[in-house]
Design a binder for this molecule. Sequence first.
Ligand SMILES: [Zn+2]
Length: 110
Amino acid sequence: MTAVDMAARGDEKDSVTTNHGCTTTTKTKECSENVFVGIGDQMAGVVRFGDKVKEHTFPPTDSCPSHQPTLAVASKTVIINEKGAGRRKDKYKGSEEISTGYPTVWIGGG
Ligand SMILES: [Zn+2]
C-alpha cells in the first residue's frame, strides 16, 4: 500500500513486476477509456481498481499457463469512473506490483 505515488497508465504504458517465475515483468493493460494521463505518445488511460494486467505466464506448473489478475490495491480517495485510481507500487491480485508511473501526476489516498 502506498500513500502518494505516480499515476499508472494502461495500454502497456507502465511496467509491472510480477514477483513470480515464468514471466518476471509485464505491462499494465486495462484502463479508463475517457480519463487520461500523459502527453503525445506517452498518453494513456489511468489504471483503475479491478482493471486487468497484461496477460502473462506464471508458476507453479512447468508449463507456465497464462493468467490476467485484476488490480487489487488503488487509491481510496481519487476515483476515476467510480473506481480507485492506480499508482506505482499498487498491486494486482496475484503478486504483481506496478513498477513505473507518469512522473508529473501523483495520486494519494491510502
Ligand atoms: Zn502473474
